[in-house]
Design a protein around this ligand. Structure first.
Ligand code: FEO
Length: 394
């Protein structure tokens, strides 16, 4: 996209990756994404904040073509979707100094082979004056790498947060038009990228809240001109409070596990417990990640394949373990043909989840009346655990 002014002397240069459908060869991108760079022109110096993915390098360089001089190139985060075009920008502007956090220097040198003499590191709270604008650097680690940093420009009341507070969303709009769409994209982004670090995310929210800003400018998705929208959403997602909800990722090969899961869903609903169920054979794994942000309980449903759980369940359980959602309760249900170690193997896949296991129901072949009675008991146990827990909202 062409550069657009968002504040006097500050331009958004968004390179929009409309057709991208997978990030890190892992994360589904149903709505594409964008990589936002920002050009900040002060009365005495000019800075570019972040670059773009190398795939869209030419688009960014084209927008910088008429720029006579670049004094500073700020790297908030060393991942290639923002840093991958740094070498090309440094080559185009040989006078530019690359500014980054102390921890980023090594990453930029090793990941992008940037010459150390081009790099200036800045401490937490350090500033660089551009004349009538100031770059005020805040170290905000683990959103989502150890080196991540945020820049506040107090004169313009702008906060440049890179991945933090962003959303994978390809759009031609500068600001949010469809709040519900951006909320889901931002929640998906939080779930897949930020959730494992939610305790440090909370600290970083407190840190940026000490700054006076009315624009949040992330490096993915639209700019937030009502920052409370995204800050409040993040505060909700990192809070210890959970929803009275059960997430059920499951697979069924010949219908037995599916019958059990459907019965359990109905039993939970009778107790007033909400359910988000995902057939792993067809689901968008990002939707599962979104549901895990708020839920209090995880129930895994699996058939048995060669004694262990179905491979799709391995994947989902491993992913849930990596994402470290705040849920507090778990259960496993499923079926098998002649023997099974599925429960033991699934339990071994989720050591990061500090959960109370409220029950397991494993059925040989088709479920029976006794199986359904066990599922009813499991639903009652989940409902009671939620009811007794002050961190589960009614
Ligand atoms: Fe958008 Fe962690 O890169």
């Amino acid at each position: 996209m062409h550069a657009r002014e968002i504040r006097q002397g500050i331009q958004l240069i968004a390179t929009v990756h409309w057709e991208r459908r997978l990030f890190d060869s892992l994360i589904p991108l149903p709505d594409g994404t964008s990589y936002n760079a920002y050009l900040v022109k002060g009365s005495q110096a000019t800075a570019l904040l972040d670059t773009t993915d190398p795939v869209l390098q030419e688009e960014l360089l084209r927008e910088l073509d008429t720029l006579d001089r670049l004094d500073y190139l700020v790297s908030h985060h060393s991942e290639q979707d923002h840093a991958g075009t740094i070498p090309a920008v440094l080559a185009r502007f040989p006078e530019a100094i690359l500014v980054c956090s102390t921890k980023a220097k090594d990453l930029l040198e090793t990941h992008l082979h940037i010459a150390p003499e081009r790099i200036r590191t800045v401490a937490d709270g350090e500033t660089i004056s551009l004349g009538d604008k100031t770059l005020h650097f805040l170290h905000t680690p683990w959103v989502h790498w150890p080196e991540t940093m945020t820049t506040w420009v107090p004169e313009a009341k702008c906060l440049f947060s890179c991945d933090f507070l962003g959303s994978h969303l390809a759009t031609s709009e500068v600001f949010i038009a469809d709040k519900a769409r951006v909320h889901e994209a931002a929640k998906r982004y939080f779930a897949e990228i930020m959730m494992p670090f939610r305790n440090v995310v909370r600290k970083n929210l407190d840190k940026i809240s000490a700054c006076d800003f009315d624009l949040v400018c992330p490096s993915h998705g639209p700019v937030h001109d009502h920052p409370a929208f995204i800050i409040d959403a993040y505060r909700d997602w990192v809070s210890p409070q959970m929803r009275n909800e059960v997430v059920i990722p499951y697979v069924s090969m010949h219908g037995s596990t599916e019958r059990m899961v459907k019965h359990l869903i109905d039993a939970l609903a009778r107790h007033g417990v909400a359910v988000a169920a995902f057939d792993l054979a067809v689901t968008d794994i990002g939707k599962l990640a979104i549901a895990l942000v708020d839920a209090a309980t995880l129930v895994v449903g699996t058939p048995t394949v060669h004694v262990g759980p179905h491979p799709a369940v391995y994947y989902a359980a491993h992913l849930a373990n990596l994402l470290r959602p705040k849920l507090k309760y778990a259960a496993i249900v499923g079926s098998y043909g002649w023997s099974s170690k599925a429960i033991e193997q699934i339990a071994g896949l989720i050591p990061n989840l500090k959960v109370d296991v409220l029950g397991t129901v494993l059925q040989k072949g088709l479920p029976t009346a006794d199986t359904y009675a066990q599922l009813d008991q499991l639903a009652a146990a989940i409902a009671q655990a939620h009811k007794n827990d002050p961190e589960v909202n009614a």
